[in-house]
Design a protein around this ligand. Sequence first.
Ligand code: C5P
Length: 310
Amino acid sequence: MGVGAPVRGAVVTAAAAVLVRCPGKVNLHLEVLGRRRDGYHELRTLFAAVGVWDELLVAAAPEGVLELTVEPAGAVSAGADNLVLRAARAAAAAWGCRAGARLRLLKRIPVGGGMGGGSADAAAALVALAAVWRQPDPAAGLDRLAATLGSDVPYFLIAGAAWGSGRGTELRPLPDLPPWWLVLLPGEEPVSTAEVYASLGLGPAGKALGSPVYDWSAGGGPLPLGACRNDLEPTVTARWPPVGRRLQALQATGPLLAMVSGSGGTVFAVYPGEERAREVAERLGPYRPMVAPLLTRAGSLLRPMVVEEA
Ligand code: C5P
């Protein structure tokens, strides 16, 4: 039972068990335009995949069996509310599928940190189950199904660099970013995304104004780092002061960019290469930093690897 070569969804038609590695993300730019009628907020955002990986192993099981185990135990709930199980139930309903599955999730992406870990796991579950439950056209309708699970889930089906609008689910793939490296400082304090958005106290979304980052997304060239910002950052750092302290620690290292990741509480800084990122991480040891590269699209797309043939 060896690990097979990575294969893209449609090629996997007869797997009894597959493994999917799922990366985290940061938002290099996150503009909030205001509230929408559906209660979500209208965004313009630059997603980028980061080389911090969860792993999801999915094996076929008899009808009626839907089980999840999480490692390290307790890292996230393994109960029915886990996004992986919600993804599995949604997929079974959408595909009219009665087979069961056993899922094992290895967590490494910081939990509740604004790096999309739960969303990545949910997207990985969809991709893995399409293979294990032998969907004839595994990619069909996956983006719509993903959007029902969370605003960040569809992004992980595109991965790499991507421009997000709407509530974050309308996506445009972008060319790969430079091979930058990140230092990430996760936090202990769980930050609630819903609470952060509610605290903005914004009125209805107006029309998007032009911005240098939007122009870059349409026209290319070097990313205007000076114009990159996260509109959630002032609220997150005011409400969760340790997040602001971690951000200051990173800003003091002279990065290309330092920012709160999504709704936090992980903060990250961008450096031109690995060596500088590792030096900074060494200096910030007490913060328990993680060092990871930005990923290309090819390096971050979710790929089911066959671990057991059907
Ligand atoms: O979509 P997701 O479940 O990840 O969002 C969590 C919460 O964050 C939502 O319930 C909503 O309160 C808030 N949110 C928002 N606008 C977005 C994305 C999320 O208001 N574009």
